[in-house]
Design a protein around this ligand. Structure first.
Ligand code: BES
Ligand code: MN
Ligand code: ZN
Length: 497
């Protein structure tokens, strides 16, 4: 979808739907004031009576009936001025755009005169809010009535300040790239596991590599055997789908050390022999969300031409039960040489990551960030509003935390104290793959930490944030695409201070 940035006055622009942003504790801005006048004071009356409260996420559709050029007018609440964030702006834009689509608008115009952020940030946030808010997953809908016809075809971002047009355009361009990558991730995660196998993901990675000039290598089972990736192979042993170990390299950073991104890519997690209950098992197609986020971040990094060296690693396999599947009680020999006793074949994410993290160390990376739908326990600890963060390096954690705040993909730290390691001690191997119910997020991360040597490392547990059961302002029900924007922001800011 094309986003245009133009100068002009909203009252004069012919559009199916105009969007005005209103703060809760502030008189309408200059533009809104003029529109209000043109409407004979409708907006101020609505607000004064309390029929419309400009709270975050609130929207109200008005019909100017010829008193202003727009067919429809959406008032979008921004909350309190003092609490302004770019995320609120994305939320308001997302809500406004999707409610205009529901109303039947084909083109929309958003007024971009919000004091506070610079025009570039503003353009990016508005583009992201609109595009991500309008996202739908229609690949498997054949019923035309199901909304395909009802779609917004163009978005105009409108400013009265001619001087800010170029910066707005630049921000919009960035927002479009980031949104495209996020939607790619959402599409991959929403897709049924039968159509998102390790082989299909490898093909998708090859396609991206070709399009964006990345170096790619895909290790097949025989190569994994030669290298000794016993953990990934163990998890893959029950599946009819061949595993793939996908290595993507983006090198635009000269001699700088690489940033290693590792994404859990379980294309379906049945639990294996320790099989999961039937209820909600369909959700386990999203167990490749980490890998998809890493793919998306590499796509974005190269589209934005970031001056960095980045390697993305995706250990990809299904976790299935069968006669050849790995079993509780087995001991797997990982790429690092360390052994892991299997207590539960459903704790497979940490196993494939142990091989991938060990592989990442071969690059002598500046930092390692892994991202994984790793534990149900993470949702118990933090709910659905934050991803879990654990790691070994304070600077890296701060950077990730800040990227989370900026993007609205927030993280919250859990401790990784020595005492927790007792829980994963094994009687017969170097460690075991579960540590009991207590502190499940932490003991999973504790296992991972054994495979990152001395490299600064952060682990992100996105098990409870990669999917949403409810519509959110710019994230409809289903795959959220989480991690893509977080990692991208981290990369964009990586060299700042
Ligand atoms: N992929 C799951 C984690 C998960 C659970 C993601 C729910 C999204 C929603 C992971 O592989 C898993 O099964 N973890 C187990 C670990 C346990 C056996 C120690 C879990 O969380 O129950
Ligand atoms: Mn599992
Ligand atoms: Zn899993």
């Amino acid at each position: 979808m094309k986003i245009n940035v133009i100068t002009g006055k909203i009252e004069k622009i012919k559009t199916d739907g105009a969007v005005l942003l209103l703060f809760e504790d502030e008189k309408p801005g200059k533009t809104a004031e003029r529109v209000d006048k043109a409407l004979g004071g409708t907006i101020s009356r609505l607000v004064k009576r309390g029929d419309f409260k400009p709270k975050p996420g609130a929207v109200h559709v008005l019909y100017p009936e010829g008193r202003s050029a727009a067919e429809r007018l959406v008032l979008a609440g921004m909350g309190k001025r003092s609490e302004f964030t770019l995320n609120r702006l994305r939320q308001a834009a997302g809500k406004a755009a999707s409610s205009l689509r529901t109303a039947g608008a084909k083109d929309i115009a958003v007024v971009a005169d919000v004091p506070g952020p610079g025009p570039e940030e503003l353009g990016q946030a508005l583009a992201e809010g609109c595009l991500l808010g309008l996202y739908r997953f229609l690949k498997y809908k054949t019923d035309e009535e199901n909304g395909r016809k009802k779609n917004i075809q163009s978005i105009t971002i409108l400013t009265e300040a001619a001087a800010s047009v170029n910066a707005l355009r630049k921000g919009v361009k960035t927002g479009e790239i980031i949104s495209d990558s996020t939607m790619m991730v959402r599409d991959m995660v929403n897709s049924p596991s039968a159509d998102m196998t390790p082989t299909i993901i490898a093909a998708k990675a090859r396609e991206l590599a070709r399009e964006f000039g990345l170096k790619i290598q895909v290790l097949e089972r025989s190569q994994m055997e030669k290298l000794g990736m016993g953990a990934l192979l163990g998890v893959a042993s029950g599946s009819a789908q061949p595993p793939k170990f996908i290595i993507l390299e983006y090198r635009k950073g000269g001699k700088k050390p690489v940033i290693a991104l590792v994404g859990k890519t379980i294309t379906f997690d049945s639990g294996g022999i320790s099989i999961k209950p039937a209820e909600n098992m369909d959700r386990m197609k999203d167990d490749m969300s980490g890998g998809a986020a890493v793919l998306g971040a590499l796509r974005t990094a190269s589209a934005l031409k970031l001056p960095l060296n980045i390697v993305g690693l995706l250990p990809a396999t299904e976790n299935m039960p069968s006669g050849s599947a790995y079993k509780p009680g087995d001991v797997l020999r990982t790429l690092s040489g360390r052994t892991i006793e299997i207590m539960n074949t459903d704790a497979e994410g940490r196993l494939i990551l142990s091989d991938a993290l060990a592989y990442a160390c071969r690059y002598k990376p500046a930092v390692i960030v892994d991202i994984a739908t790793l534990t149900g326990a993470c949702g118990i600890a933090l709910g659905n509003e934050a991803s879990g963060m654990l790691g070994t390096d304070d600077v890296l954690k701060r950077k990730i935390r800040e990227a989370g705040e900026k993007t609205g993909e927030r993280v919250w730290e859990l401790p990784l104290w020595e005492e927790y390691y007792d829980q994963i001690k094994s009687d017969i191997a170097d460690m075991k793959n579960t540590g009991g119910r207590a502190g499940g997020v932490i003991t999973a991360a504790a296992l991972l930490s054994k495979f990152v040597q001395k490299y600064p490392w952060v682990h992100l547990d996105i098990a409870a944030t990669s999917w949403t059961e409810k519509d959110r302002p710019y994230t409809p029900k289903g795959a959220t695409g989480i991690g893509m924007r977080l990692l991208t922001q981290f990369l964009r800011d990586y060299e700042k201070e």
